[in-house]
Design a protein around this ligand. Structure first.
Ligand SMILES: [Zn+2]
Length: 292
């Protein structure tokens, strides 16, 4: 039917013939487009599943390790954030204390910039470089979506770098960062660390389960970011010697807790304290920032 040529004899028949041909052509194009979209979706889901395939966990990740000590002179304050958004209230299960409004966050960054702070990543602690200003580490826990919407543009504006500890199983879930956002932030200089696969209390699960949470999350995050992941964050700050052994044997070189204190001059890099920044935290009042 399509092969038949349209003859310009009777205008009505000719027009009908042209319409028929156009319709068939449209159907062919539509099916080609549909097929390519399905193929693309299949390709992406295969790729995602490949990235999320847990690696084999090496044996003996829990073998004893002697904690190391590093010198933190001059002091390097490590700040801990979670959400950068006004507390939404309502049924939100999270504590209001982990929400810092974008306005207050801006004021805090403004103060840091005016007081000559320069942001570094935790790797600076184990491999210090010479920097011109006062070193400071900004960290964000859990990988919430709002850090892309609010914190990321402000960090770029102030030329600050931060470390984001991700719950790997939550990547691409509603309310959390997506792979695409992580890669965009990484390209802009942001650093990513592991906050386990599913945010359990690592001290109350078996060593084998803890090894999976700690080691597999590192390997999957390395596949996503294409770079070595050496920074870890203990969920809820829960830590034991057994957990620290697994973190060390998994290849992490730094790990942060939720102990809300400055670090001593000599410190175990796998037990770093952080200053808990809340919505009403005024940086000029923080002794750890004032004395540097
Ligand atoms: Zn957390």
């Amino acid at each position: 039917m399509v092969k038949t040529r349209c003859h310009f004899g009777d205008f009505k028949l000719y027009w009908k013939c042209i319409m028929k041909k156009t319709f068939f052509l449209f159907l062919i194009l539509l099916s080609l487009l549909g097929t390519s979209l399905i193929m693309r979706r299949l390709f992406l889901s295969v790729q995602e599943n490949h990235l999320r395939t847990p690696p084999a966990i090496p044996a003996n990740l829990n073998s004893p390790v002697t904690p190391q000590k590093i010198s933190l002179t001059p002091a390097v304050p490590i700040l801990m954030y979670h959400h950068i958004q006004a507390y939404p209230g309502g049924q939100n299960p999270s504590s209001p204390s982990i929400f810092v409004s974008p306005e207050n966050f801006t004021a805090q960054l403004d103060w840091l910039a005016a007081n000559d702070f320069q942001t570094v990543t935790p790797a600076y602690l184990t491999h210090p470089e010479k920097i011109d200003k006062k070193p400071l580490i900004l960290t964000f826990d859990d990988g919430y979506r709002d850090v892309y919407d609010t914190a990321f543009p402000l960090l770029k504006k102030y030329h600050f770098q931060a470390t984001f500890y991700l719950i790997v199983n939550n990547i691409d879930k509603p309310g959390f960062l997506t792979q695409a956002q992580i890669l965009e932030m990484q390209q802009a200089g942001m650093n990513f660390g592991s906050h386990t696969l599913s945010h359990p209390n690592l001290t109350t699960i078996s060593d084998q389960k803890a090894a999976e949470e700690i080691y597999a999350s590192k390997k999957i995050l390395e596949q996503i970011t294409g770079t070595p992941v050496t920074d870890f964050c203990y969920p809820g700050g829960a830590i034991s010697q057994a957990v620290e052994n697994i973190v060390a044997n998994s290849g992490y070189t730094t790990a942060v807790t939720t102990v809300n204190e400055s670090n001593a001059n000599q410190v175990d890099p796998l037990r770093l304290n952080r200053l808990f920044i809340q919505n009403d935290t005024r940086f000029p009042d923080l002794p750890a920032l004032k004395k540097i």
